[in-house]
Design a protein around this ligand. Structure first.
Ligand code: BMA
Length: 329
């Protein structure tokens, strides 16, 4: 039995694994939980992040508008399933007008560290980079410096300092639909200056694990366990019909998270249901957040479906650890 290190979350959204189901991750029977038209301006709501907040939940949602402008919006929920998303995008406050200029914002992650909620997202600044901000209440948001130079996507913070530094995994990229991508680890004493970069893991050549042959990128905030950091990530294969995005998992060393202890050969969830296979971008399952319950080991994954709607899926820490043990890369 592996233990999640963290809080218990009695009201975590949950359904038991269906009888006879063999995969380590199973979908919520009422998916998708957030549809395209969740707010009046939206064309699509996907690749979004949630956290426990008060006696319910809060989140930051990627809502692309009907002009296909990408922005991020705060939202609230009592049960983690039914969401009220603000109709206006987040307006950041901050010290430097240069940083506050908006080009585009997408694929948010939310991470509670010490006393506040940090938001990271793909932030347009002469190319995609990692935007960083914090909030205490999901009403006022303070934007900090971008973490990196362009080009980078999928900046995901760890929920506590490691060896005295804030820590982030990310995926250096390019200006377009990046045909490559490995996961790197970076450290910062103050969330402004990032360095001490380390390579974590990359794509898998050949046909050993071809769902992750083209590019990979970190997904939700890593989950601390007594065996290491549990990282859920996306992996991509380029097919004759374009990219297919699936999910996998890895276990990273607790003190040196660039050291990979285990990684799954088989994916844990991929596009199969109609809402995952058909949409603005077909065949995409893109995880950006989890809720976890340390008491039971339950994990609820929030993921974007076909760049159009948002779904949730369930697993446990033992399901994922066993999956890696039984399907080692
Ligand atoms: C990636 C990102 C994601 C998106 C995915 C599939 O590069 O842009 O936001 O879900 O492509 O289109």
């Amino acid at each position: 039995m592996t233990k999640i290190i963290g809080n218990s979350l009695k009201n975590i959204p949950w359904q038991d694994k269906p009888e006879g189901y063999t995969m380590p991750v199973w979908r919520y029977s009422q998916n998708p939980i957030i549809g395209r038209r969740a707010i009046p301006s939206s064309n699509s709501v996907f690749n979004s992040a949630v956290v426990p907040f008060g006696d319910g939940f809060a989140g930051v949602f990627r809502c692309d508008s009907k002009s296909i402008s990408m922005d991020i919006f705060a939202g609230f929920s009592k049960d983690g399933i039914n969401w009220e998303i603000n109709h206006q995008p987040i307006k950041f406050e901050g010290e430097d007008e240069e940083i506050l200029k908006r080009e585009y914002r997408y694929d948010p992650r939310v991470c509670f560290i010490e006393d506040r909620y940090y938001i990271t997202w793909c932030n347009g600044y002469h190319g995609p980079t990692i935007g960083v901000a914090y909030t205490f209440d999901f009403k006022t948001f303070y934007q900090l410096e971008n973490a990196f130079l362009p080009y980078n996507r999928n900046g995901v913070l760890f929920p506590r300092k490691i060896n005295g530094n804030y820590a982030m995994v990310s995926r250096p990229s390019d200006t377009g639909h990046t045909p490559f991508g490995d996961i790197f680890f970076s450290q910062s004493p103050d969330l402004t200056y990032w360095g001490k970069h380390r390579y974590v893991m990359g794509t898998v050549p050949g046909d050993t694990s071809a769902w992750q042959i083209t590019k990979i990128g970190p997904g939700p905030t890593p989950i601390e366990t007594d065996e290491g950091w549990l990282l859920i990530y996306h992996g991509v294969i380029n097919t004759c019909n374009g990219f297919v995005y699936r999910m996998g998992c890895a276990l990273l060393d607790i003190n040196e998270p660039w050291k990979v202890k285990m990684r799954s050969k088989d994916y844990i969830l991929g596009p199969e249901e109609l809402y995952e296979c058909v949409g603005d971008v077909p065949n995409v399952t893109f995880p950006c957040a989890t809720l976890t319950d340390a008491e039971t080991g339950r994990i609820c994954i929030y993921y974007g479906c076909a760049d159009s709607v948002t779904g949730i899926a369930f697993t446990t820490v033992d399901e994922l650890i066993n999956h890696m043990k039984n399907n080692p890369l």
